[in-house]
Design a protein around this ligand. Structure first.
Ligand code: NAD
Ligand code: UDP
Length: 307
């Protein structure tokens, strides 16, 4: 199999590439290195099965392949809001171009969608039938609406051109290779604690998230690509924590003097998030194996090694 992985120098993309290479497949990584890093893929440069092209997916590209894994897009709110127009272009034009690439090769196409398509959900847990509650004009909408229109494009390529598509709706995932300055909550809290800085809790900290360890998520993506289910399919760990709970767990693990500092809650920050993974259990026979305790230990060890 020749795989194209867009966003392959990023957090999830680089772990996905490692697994594909381990399985003896060929991988061509496309990335413009905005939030990704060469460090995440440099260990593969000597490997004949691996190739890297620095390229922005908002521009078309001609390549041959059997599978397209389309992950290119900044995922952290702080990162995707730095240049929101670019985020929308990446979601729409990037997905449009990569769907075109898949179609020209008759390749199967997997899209990395997100729980953000549910917006600030009124129901919990969120199942794939829930249509979501998204502010179309808010600061998060470049990402949320970008991902929604990208899902829509995938389904129109399926209905119009019979392209084989797979849509994975990824919920908050964490682990080694998140960038130190990524801005998402798990890496922020760990880095702040390790550096004895104040832990920044946004709002009152009662909002919830459910955290999936990266290895589980990658296994889910691999199964999604090979399954016969177009999706959308939720991938995440249903273990739900408030942000206050997460801050306390991380502080206790690192065992230092870091204090909590409460900051203003960003606009449209979802109050609750928890995946219903019944579809993934049924269609993929998948569920996460690593709990937060274990996943955090592995992630803390990683950040200790790079800070
Ligand atoms: P990341 O920011 O670490 O990786 C994204 C990668 O895409 C980076 O390497 C970046 O340089 C690259 N990229 C961004 N814009 C690009 C462009 N225009 N052209 C080419 N490359 C571009 O984020 P991640 O956590 O690895 O997320 C990967 C994908 O998974 C994203 O599509 C994200 O929306 C989705 N996702 C992730 C999570 C999560 O919790 N990690 C949750 C939901 C969805
Ligand atoms: N958050 C926080 N402190 C931080 C970073 C994030 O309290 O330093 C909160 C954020 O407001 C949100 C949750 O943690 O409620 C998860 O944020 P993240 O950016 O990781 O991802 P999101 O799920 O919001 O896309």
């Amino acid at each position: 199999m020749k795989n194209i992985v867009t966003g392959g120098a990023g957090f999830l993309g680089s772990h996905l590439i490692d697994k594909l290479i381990e399985r003896g497949e060929k991988v061509l990584c496309i990335d413009n290195l905005t939030t990704g890093s060469i460090n995440n893929i440099s260990h593969l440069f000597e490997n004949d099965s691996f190739e890297f092209i620095e390229h922005d997916v908002i521009n078309p590209i001609k390549l041959s392949c059997d599978r397209v894994w389309h992950l290119a897009c900044p995922a952290s709110p702080i990162q995707y809001q730095k240049n929101p127009i670019k985020t929308t272009k990446t979601s729409f034009l990037g997905t449009y171009n990569m769907l075109g690439l898949a179609l020209s090769n008759k390749a199967r196409f997997l899209f990395a969608s997100t729980s953000e398509v549910y917006g600030d959900p009124e129901i919990s847990p969120q199942d794939e039938g829930y249509k979501g509650s998204v502010n179309t004009i808010g600061t998060r909408s470049c990402y949320d609406e970008g991902k929604r229109v990208a899902e829509s494009l995938c389904f129109d390529y399926f209905r119009t051109h019979n392209l084989e598509i797979r849509i994975a709706r990824i919920f908050n995932t964490y682990g080694p290779r998140m960038a130190k300055n990524d801005g998402r909550v798990v890496s922020n809290f760990i880095c702040q604690s390790l550096m004895n800085e104040s832990i920044t809790i946004f709002g009152n900290g009662n909002q919830t998230r459910s955290f999936c360890y990266v290895d589980d998520l990658i296994e889910g993506l691999l199964l999604t690509m090979e399954s016969s289910c177009t999706g959308p399919i939720n991938l995440g760990n249903p273990n739900e924590f408030t942000i206050n709970e997460l801050a306390n767990i991380i502080k206790n693990k690192i065992n230092n003097e870091a204090n909590f500092i409460y900051k203003i809650l960003p606009d449209d920050d979802p109050k609750q998030r928890k995946p219903d993974i019944s579809r993934a259990k049924k269609e993929l026979n998948w569920e996460p194996m690593n709990n937060l305790d274990k996943g955090l230990d592995l992630t803390i060890n990683y950040f200790k090694s790079i800070i």
